[in-house]
Ligand binder design. Structure first.
Ligand SMILES: [Zn+2]
Length: 123
């Protein structure tokens, strides 16, 4: 399986967000290291999808790694990435105040989903 990498820059929260899909579990660490030069703790072995945040000295990076595309799982991982970003920026979210969270999940999903779809059409 050949790893594919998609990414965009989330302007509103200044966050580079990557989708690695398809990707095998053993390709996740080397791919992330190639992109941002950082080694980190190994993600869970038998997960089909992971949301991972790593930093180098310049930047924080957000990754969603998926063995294969599954749009409902992609939404799930987008929620994790949105929560990483909001927590790190100390944006308060709660059951009553969840609009920013919902907006960010929507934004991340729309962008990653569009990138994935566009590239698929070229084949
Ligand atoms: Zn989860």
């Amino acid at each position: 399986m050949r790893t594919k990498v998609y990414h965009y820059y989330e302007e509103c929260f200044r966050a580079p967000i990557y989708l690695l899909c398809p990707i095998e579990n053993n390709a996740i660490l080397p791919t992330i290291k190639r992109i941002c030069g950082v080694s980190f703790e190994k993600p869970a072995e038998n997960c089909d999808a992971n949301a991972i945040a790593v930093s180098n000295s310049h930047q924080r990076y957000y990754f969603i790694a998926m063995r294969r595309m599954n749009r409902s799982v992609l939404v799930h991982e987008c929620v994790h990435v949105a929560n990483f970003i909001l927590q790190e920026r100390e944006v308060p979210i709660s059951i009553k105040e969840d609009e920013v969270q919902a907006y960010l999940v929507e934004e991340i999903y729309r962008n990653l989903s569009r990138l994935f779809k566009q590239t698929r059409k070229e084949h």
